[in-house]
Design a protein around this ligand. Structure first.
Ligand code: 13P
Length: 251
């Protein structure tokens, strides 16, 4: 039995005012005993990690970074290392998000190096994969996912230190979602590929998240799809009510 993970990616949103939202989410999650049914994670901008980590000190809600540099320290203006994220209270880091792949030209080999950096700092890594709309229209979805998995998976993955998030790029922030059977097709394929690459024990038990326009209204249906073990949520993770509504898919 794989314990699901509901993760929120705040992207470039949130200021010191947002402590109210995180306090409200903590209260809702505790009241619903949500952590018994799923792991809960918020990845705020790194400017808020320290403040949130104080608020969530005894909370079941964990914190993560949205990206990290491959190196631990050095002359990399504006970058943040995995060690710095861990030092700020993070337990997780997202790598390979499509917005990083597009905005910062990150390649599979960069994503792999970032995942290794996350492990070096003791973080659990959420590695994102997903196809562009043109790739889906050309029936290339599974090929793209296979290529991204094979080229960005670092050596040493376990079901505990690595989580895969399938985020079709065209579904992110658009309100569009694949059908439940399309999600299941990709997740079943990822499960099989991971078992082929890593064996039954690791590949069979790794959490596979779906992300892309997950909302309270569609979460139950999407989370029930075959081999979906949770969600990576963007816009709807910014408001405690909406995110709690998604977590409730597991109640
Ligand atoms: P939305 O939930 O806003 O579509 O974003 C998904 C996402 O990119 C999470 O990483």
């Amino acid at each position: 039995m794989i314990k699901p993970l509901v993760a929120g990616n705040w992207k470039m949103n949130g200021t010191s005012q947002s402590v109210q939202e995180i306090k409200a989410l903590d209260e809702k999650a505790r009241a619903a005993n949500a952590a018994e049914k799923c792991d809960i994670l918020i990845c705020p901008p790194s400017t808020l990690l320290v403040a949130f980590s104080h608020i969530l000190k005894d909370s079941p809600i964990k914190l993560g970074g949205q990206d990290c540099h491959a190196n631990a320290t050095g002359a990399h203006t504006g970058d943040i290392s995995a060690e710095m994220l861990a030092d700020s209270g993070a337990d997780y880091v997202i790598v390979g998000h499509s917005e990083r792949r597009m905005d910062h030209k990150e390649r599979d080999c960069d994503v792999k190096a970032k995942a290794e950096a996350g492990w070096r700092a003791g973080l659990k890594v959420i590695l994102c994969v997903g196809e562009l709309i043109g790739e889906r229209s050309a029936d290339l979805t599974l090929k793209v996912i296979e290529r991204q998995l094979k080229n960005s998976l670092p050596e040493g993955a376990t079901a505990d230190n690595l989580i895969i998030a399938y985020e079709p790029v065209w579904a992110i922030g658009t309100g569009l979602t694949p059908t439940v059977s399309d999600v299941a097709e990709v997740h079943d394929f990822m499960r099989k590929t991971l078992i082929d690459l890593l064996g039954d024990q690791i590949g069979g038990n790794m959490k596979l998240l779906y992300g892309g326009s997950v909302k309270p209204g569609n979460a139950k249906e999407l989370m029930a799809a075959s081999n979906v073990n949770g969600a990576l949520v963007g816009g709807a993770s910014l408001k405690a009510d909406d995110f709690a509504g998604i977590i409730a898919a597991y109640e």
